[in-house]
Design a binder for this molecule. Structure first.
Ligand SMILES: [Zn+2]
Length: 149
């Protein structure tokens, strides 16, 4: 396996400045459909990480809010390093459109009063959540959020 095929392993994580939105790839399927992948970085790599409860609550809130803000959303999933999320969407979506949507999403997180789908039926670890933590990291991400070109 050529690790350069994994896009994030070829990104120099010391040369980015969080918080940012970054186009991480465009993929064309065999039928011609295009998928855009973005790196939504909350925390500066190797200088911190979002605690699991806050990360998990952000995952739930982002799953709902991004679908309200944009058409064609496929997935918003946490990075294992807990510094951000991957965002996948159908089409040749522009980074600045994602930035605008992401800002609205973060405002919704800050205003959230409850955690969606935080039940044993709907979630795989429903007790590991932190709404206050999610709000704290959403506030931090809004401060200086920009497109990484
Ligand atoms: Zn969950």
């Amino acid at each position: 396996m050529d690790i350069s095929l994994v896009e994030s392993f070829s990104l120099d994580h010391t040369q980015v400045q969080a918080p940012f939105v970054r186009l991480a790839g465009r993929y064309r399927g065999p039928k011609g459909d295009v998928i855009s992948k973005f790196d939504l970085r909350f925390v500066q790599p190797n200088q911190g990480a979002i605690p699991t409860g806050a990360m998990h609550t952000l995952e739930h809130l982002l799953a709902i809010s991004f679908r309200e803000e944009m058409e064609g959303v496929i997935d918003v999933s946490p990075m294992g390093c807990r510094t951000g999320f991957y965002f996948l969407v159908f089409g040749e979506v522009d980074s600045h459109a994602v930035l605008d949507a992401f800002k609205n999403v973060l405002e919704k997180v800050i205003a959230a009063k409850e955690i969606p789908a935080a039940t044993a039926v709907q979630c795989g670890n429903f007790q590991d959540h932190s709404l206050s933590g999610a709000i704290e990291y959403a506030r931090k991400a809004l401060d200086g959020l920009h497109v990484h070109e």
